[in-house]
Ligand binder design. Structure first.
Ligand SMILES: [Zn+2]
Length: 353
């Protein structure tokens, strides 16, 4: 009884404080594309796929909670450009185990081991081990367990530990708190902290692929990853994922990997049809964003990159694409909201300033 009284008086005190300052702190979120490269090729220094979602209020630049979704090549560099230390990330979520979405995490965790060995650990949220039809297993858990192996086996870590024994003896894997979830066809909460809730849904690309949704008091964002339709090729209604569409119902923002229709097998690029068909086209994403009522569609993991004459070895029919070419593909799908054709570090803030 005594504690109840105490809590009540604290609540009253908080209301009084808010009243005297004139307004309660306004919640806000920021969505930053930390890398927009589509697939394993390199092009003009673009970083590999990744999205940083931050939530907070004006006083902390919307940055009280920092969540990284995928961590492709160069993620650490991009985070450093916006002043986000890797030691401040609360959690990392991986959509799938393809190297272009994960290879930056090795570097990121090594840096954390150097300067944040005292903790805290970072949560790593990945799908449970997933077996492909051919029998090989994709494992985010093993990826985390072995993240420092090359440098452990080269002797590098032993040498550094001898200089500074305060570092974690087991290497960067000791700083990862692996949280696996079973792939589910309906949105399932996989991580939460205070007002921030992250849900996942299983979607098709490679076994274990997941798409995520972040809900906060300032808004909501879906990160589709490389999701495509469960039907691996036409005839089908759309290239986009029905699961992602369910996850995105009512969400303010959709961040999604995309491929431009110019790479389709009906054109002259020679791009392998199975790889084309397992991505969502910009046009179909426009149609999906219209159906779910999103205000913003952020295209990332662009195949091909803007300005590139080729995607890896495959030439772009008609020459390099620009922003307008992606925007018009989205408009062909009927979307009339705000389309952002992703470049590294482009940022969207909610509510708009
Ligand atoms: Zn990819």
């Amino acid at each position: 009884m005594k504690s109840l009284v105490r809590k009540t008086s604290i609540a009253v005190a908080l209301i009084v404080v808010a009243g005297t300052t004139g307004a309660l702190a306004a919640p806000c979120m920021k969505i930053t594309l930390t890398g927009t490269q589509g697939g394993p090729p390199v092009f003009k220094g673009q970083a590999g796929a990744g999205t940083l979602v931050q939530f907070g209020e004006d006083e902390n630049q919307c940055g009280a909670v920092k969540l990284q979704f995928d961590a492709g090549r160069g993620t650490t560099q991009r985070l450093s450009e916006i002043g986000v230390p890797v030691g401040k990330l609360n959690a990392i979520f991986l959509t799938h185990m393809h190297s272009d979405h994960t290879e930056g995490m090795t570097d990121l965790m090594q840096l954390r081991w150097h300067f944040n060995s005292a903790g805290p650990k970072v949560d790593l949220i990945v799908s449970e081990d997933a077996k492909s039809p051919r029998g090989h297993v994709l494992s985010g858990r093993k990826f985390a367990e072995h993240i420092g192996d090359a440098l452990i086996n080269s002797g590098e870590m032993a040498q550094r530990l001898a200089e500074n024994p305060k570092r974690k003896a087991g290497g960067p894997a000791d700083l990862i708190n692996v949280m696996t979830f079973p792939p589910a066809g309906e949105p399932t909460v996989v991580w939460s902290s205070g007002d921030v809730k992250v849900s996942a849904i299983n979607s098709r690309h490679v076994p274990g692929h997941a798409s995520f949704r972040v809900d906060t008091p300032a808004g909501s964002v879906v990160i589709g990853g490389d999701a495509g339709n469960d039907k691996p090729k036409p005839p089908r209604e759309t290239s986009t994922s029905e699961q992602v569409e369910r996850l995105a119902q009512g969400a303010d923002v959709i961040v999604h990997s995309t491929i431009h229709p110019v790479m389709g097998p009906d054109k002259e690029s020679g791009f392998p049809p199975p790889i084309y068909f397992r991505q969502s086209t910009a046009t179909d994403l426009g149609a999906m964003a219209k159906r779910t009522g999103a205000g913003h569609l952020m295209l990332t993991h662009l195949i091909p990159p803007m300005g590139a004459a080729r995607q890896g070895p495959y030439p772009i029919p008609g020459g390099a694409l620009n922003e307008a070419a992606y925007k018009s593909a989205v408009q062909d799908g009927g979307f009339t909201g705000n389309t952002i054709v992703g470049t590294d570090l482009v940022t969207l803030q909610l509510p708009a300033k």
